[in-house]
Write a new protein. Structure first.
Length: 74
């Protein structure tokens, strides 16, 4: 199963939203949080995504569409 490692950057309006939970339920991907730093006004998460390439691509498009900044690490 292919894996992508990504960095997600959250702004204030998304800090309390269950975005990673929704990602795992809307798409056939397995999420694994590797590292995170979340504060009241901003936060970032290093996340592994495991799954089919199509599902990973669709999940990345969705998470960008809700306003999360996404950087693919590897």
């Amino acid at each position: 199963m292919p894996t992508k490692q990504i960095r997600l950057k959250f702004q204030t309006n998304l800090i309390s939203e269950p975005v990673i939970y929704q990602l795992g339920h809307k798409f056939k991907v397995i999420t694994n949080i590797k590292r995170a730093n979340v504060r009241q006004d901003t936060g970032w998460v290093i996340l592994d995504l495991n799954g089919d390439d199509k599902e990973i691509s669709a999940s990345l498009e969705w998470i960008k569409s809700v306003g999360v900044d996404v950087d693919v690490i590897k």
